[in-house]
Write a protein of this length. Structure first.
Length: 326
């Protein structure tokens, strides 16, 4: 990997963000890898760690009691600064780690082997690491095994990201959207930060398919997604729940702000001229139903159901409208 990529921290963080994996729930493929690393290398601790701006976060861990640590005390932040495996035989004899709280106290780290997780575009977003509480030198064959496991982890991260995106429109899949919405509900529980969800329904979409054919319908869905994404903030998330059902997640957004944002989406869509595959141009509108997150909402399904009422009211009220849950 070029030294330029190793020193490009904004680019590295952007590559990490693109994976959309931070703060997600445990997943079997990654849990299996850390379990295998422990067994095959005979270490008491192993982890898939991702290096965020100021923390290391464990996507999977075995033998470690924390889900994240400050970045400045992590071994892995050193590992991502190089292309080669990062190996420590005895952390007490290394000036960088001798006073580290994870060396001087629990879990009493002594030796460490870390393989950087390299993205296809050349950034080290994290590390697969094997950790021992005894002094040891990892052999070249052990490092090769760990490197192979690291490639498996990176492949899984890529596949996971692809599976989260709808192939036609580029919006999040239902699974991907629900996962993000669950994170927002958890954040609301912890910090009481506002968030709103808006359901999107293209008006008379069935008539588009019936009149112009399904390729035209696909073109309308693609243009609708591109239009809403173009009018959104980077933190807003658009998901395809199924068929022509879409939803927008608006984090850090009060109800009044959400209404303004969604009204902007509606106006942008109404002003769109969509060129169909056969060259004809059509115009579309959409109806929106908005539900702020509240203490009464425990699941994503409840949140979607809460937004369904105002969506129905928008359609019943003449379509091409935004309605808010009261």
């Amino acid at each position: 990997m070029q030294d330029a990529k190793l020193n490009d921290e904004p680019g590295r963080l952007a590559a990490l963000r693109r994976l959309e994996v931070l703060d997600t729930a445990p997943e079997e493929p990654f849990e299996n890898v850390v379990s295998l690393v422990r067994t095959v290398l005979g270490v008491p601790m192993a982890a898939v760690t991702l290096i965020d701006e100021d923390r290391q976060w464990f996507k999977a861990r075995s033998g470690l009691g924390v889900s994240e640590t400050p970045r400045n005390v992590s071994f892995c932040t050193h590992a991502i600064r190089q292309s080669e495996p990062f190996l420590i035989d005895d952390a007490r004899l290394d000036a960088r780690f001798a006073e580290n709280p994870f060396v001087t106290g629990d879990p009493n780290v002594r030796s460490y082997a870390g393989i950087p997780l390299l993205t296809p575009d050349g950034y080290n977003v994290g590390v697969l690491c094997a950790i021992d509480d005894k002094v040891r030198t990892f052999s070249s064959s052990e490092v090769d095994i760990l490197s192979n496991f690291a490639r498996i982890v990176m492949n899984e991260l890529q596949l996971r990201h692809i599976a989260e995106r709808d192939q036609l429109t580029g919006a999040l899949t239902r699974r991907g959207f629900i996962e993000k919405a669950e994170q927002e509900i958890a954040r609301f529980r912890r910090y009481h930060r506002p968030c709103c969800l808006a359901l999107v329904d293209i008006d008379h979409f069935k008539a588009v398919n019936d009149t112009y054919g399904h390729p035209a319908g696909d073109a309308v869905l693609r243009e609708m997604v591109a239009s809403v994404v173009g009018a959104s903030r980077p933190v807003d998330l658009l998901g395809r729940l199924g068929g022509e059902e879409f939803a927008v997640l608006l984090p850090e957004t009060e109800a009044s702000e959400a209404l303004l944002a969604v009204e902007r989406f509606r106006e942008t869509l109404a002003g769109l001229a969509i060129t169909l595959p056969d060259g004809r141009v059509i115009h579309i509108t959409a109806s929106f139903g908005i539900a702020p997150l509240s203490d009464e909402i425990d699941t994503v399904e409840q949140w979607i159901a809460a937004a369904d009422g105002p969506l129905y009211a928008a359609k019943r009220g003449g379509r091409n409208r935004c309605e808010m849950l009261h």
